[in-house]
Design a protein around this ligand. Structure first.
Ligand code: RIB
Length: 340
């Protein structure tokens, strides 16, 4: 039977209120001898506060929920790690949910986390639609659970979001390739319904326009932010006679590497490749991948601190959307186009 605060009070011969004050380190004038007797009793009984019971009194469970679309992608793994570290530093535990990039799972997890009475939710949406976003906000609101998004913003919903300047990220990738002399640049995007995709594409268009290069819609191949369609994508781009491909995340760039090897295409001699995220594999592949870095750890810390401020009712005056800056990391997968 799990020892209760009542058992500790009985063994220490004092009231439950005194035990609670001592074990919660409340700064009140209690004799040192009593404090020592209480800690001794708690240790002897191996007493651990029942978080749910504490939660019913303080209305806090000190649990946060995190929903991400794909834990097998190191970008989300790094993000989850940064969030977990920041949560623990603020005395919160984390329930991690992987929605497998499935909008229906998003809804299920938000309901499950609400039932578990988490104090707040950090949410990275899957591909979905405005109706799904609206339902997710409704579930959180109905349960009085603050929700913030990170990385991907939600359609038209007024929620606090920590994201990246994806437009700038796409611009940097394209500008780098243009500066090398590339004019026919393939875009291997993620689902365009996501802000992290369509804003990157808008950045590419801006860089092309600045260079006086017309944007060619036929050089766009929409992917899924994961491995699986690289053979189809590379064949498509080669048929379009591109000299470079900007993959909107590193996982898809790595897929192009595998396909290029199978098709005897050498990177960067025959084809330059740029990725996005700067996950740690970028330095392990050969040639090392030129990519656009997301400050994923800073974003993780920021979203936890934002959520805690919201839960404590003091996030007023903060911007609804906080954008972090991307950084171009030039490595060895890009070079001037081959002279024909
Ligand atoms: O790698 C997954 C991609 O989807 C990242 O670029 C991130 O921004 C997310 O939106």
């Amino acid at each position: 039977m799990r020892p209760t605060i009542r058992d500790v009070a009985r063994l220490a011969r004092c009231s439950i209120a005194t035990v609670s004050l001592v074990l919660n380190n409340k700064d009140v004038s209690i004799p040192q001898s009593t404090i020592e007797r209480i800690w001794k009793a708690a240790n002897e009984l191996n007493y651990r506060p029942n978080k749910l019971a504490v939660g019913m009194i303080t209305k806090r469970t000190k649990m946060l929920g995190l929903v991400i679309p794909d834990n097998s992608n190191a970008f989300f793994g790094d993000l989850a790690k940064a969030i977990e570290t920041a949560a623990r530093k603020n005395d919160y535990n984390l329930i991690l949910c992987d929605s497998d990039n499935n909008g229906q799972r998003d809804l299920e997890y938000i309901s499950i986390l609400s039932d578990r009475q988490v104090d707040g939710v950090i949410f990275v949406r899957s591909e979905g639609n405005q109706q799904d976003d609206r339902k997710i906000i409704q579930i959180a609101d109905q349960n009085g659970i603050p929700l913030v998004t990170v990385d991907r913003t939600m359609h038209g919903e007024k929620v606090y979001s920590i994201t990246l300047d994806n437009f700038r990220g796409g611009y940097l990738a394209a500008q780098h390739l243009i500066s090398l002399g590339h004019k026919r640049i393939g875009c291997y995007s993620g689902p365009l319904e996501l802000n992290s995709s369509h804003q990157r594409l808008d950045g590419v268009k801006e860089a092309l326009a600045e260079a006086g290069i017309p944007y060619d819609e036929s050089l766009l191949f929409v992917g899924e932010y994961k491995l699986g369609r690289e053979n189809e994508a590379l064949a498509y781009f080669l048929d379009k006679k591109v000299t470079a491909v900007f993959a909107f995340n590193d996982m898809m760039a790595f897929g192009l590497y595998v396909s290029a090897m199978q098709m005897n295409i050498s990177i960067p001699q025959d084809l330059s490749v740029v990725g996005f995220d700067d996950i740690f594999f970028c330095k392990l592949v050969s040639p090392q991948l030129t990519t656009v870095r997301q400050p994923v750890s800073d974003m993780g810390v920021c979203v936890v601190e934002t959520l805690i401020r919201i839960m404590n009712g003091n996030n007023d005056g903060q911007p609804a959307i906080r954008k972090f800056e991307p950084e171009l990391i030039v490595r060895s997968s890009t070079a001037p186009p081959k002279k024909n």
